[in-house]
Design a protein around this ligand. Structure first.
Ligand SMILES: [Zn+2]
Length: 216
């Protein structure tokens, strides 16, 4: 009930801020903040009904999970047809581990079309990711944030002699993560863009449970 009241209040705020948007900076800011709050409320509403999601559904077969994913996509895609998104040219590229606990929308706000997001095992860049980032810079990216995160399963695997035997490629990838970063920074086009002030490359650590991003 509390959530529904909050949702109602936010909807009123959204309508008010939409009306104010045209005339004031405050209106535009209120619209931006309200939009973010509505997204949070939306996630909050969905989190309360996990039975419609994949949580706690270990009895499902892979076929049933695939069917459910398709059904969710049909619903989502039908909304996109009704509410088309504005195309954007991102200024930021993020490299983030594929750990499911990290949601880039929760990390920095709306990443849809505003960010290039590369998700890899253990936040390791291979040559393909490096080339993709270089292409992103050519397309206008001005900031690349290379992240790692706490409680990383890939890092734990690399640190455990028994697990290393079982997942040798993953362990090797984590071992070479730093070398890959150096390699990337030394690519002529990346180094040139940094030198000319067109690009900044930052390293950052994500606190997995709180989404806090700390500069390294
Ligand atoms: Zn990880």
């Amino acid at each position: 009930m509390k959530r529904l009241l909050l949702l109602g209040l936010l909807l009123v705020l959204a309508i008010l801020s939409l009306a104010l948007t045209r005339w004031t900076v405050f209106g535009r800011e209120a619209r931006f903040v309200t939009g973010g709050a509505l997204v949070d409320v939306g996630y909050g509403l969905q989190d309360g009904v996990e039975s419609f999601d994949f949580a706690n559904s270990h009895e499902l077969t892979p076929d049933e999970v695939w069917g459910e994913l398709q059904e969710q996509n049909r619903l989502s895609a039908s909304m996109r047809v009704r509410f088309p998104r504005t195309p954007r040219h991102p200024l930021v590229a993020l490299l983030v581990c594929m750990d499911a606990r990290i949601d880039t929308n929760e990390l920095v706000g709306d990443t849809r079309r505003y960010y290039y997001v590369i998700r890899t095992a253990g936040s390791v860049m291979g040559e393909r990711e490096q080339e993709m980032l270089e292409l992103a810079v050519r397309n206008g990216v001005k900031l690349i944030v290379l992240t790692t995160h706490s409680d990383c399963a890939a890092e734990k695997t690399a640190a455990d002699p028994v697990a290393r035997q079982e997942f040798p490629a993953l362990a090797a990838a984590v071992d070479e993560r730093e070398r890959r970063v150096e390699e990337f920074l030394q690519r002529p086009k990346i180094a040139g863009a940094v030198r000319e002030g067109r690009l900044m490359v930052r390293r950052a650590a994500i606190e997995t449970l709180t989404d806090r991003l700390d500069d390294i």
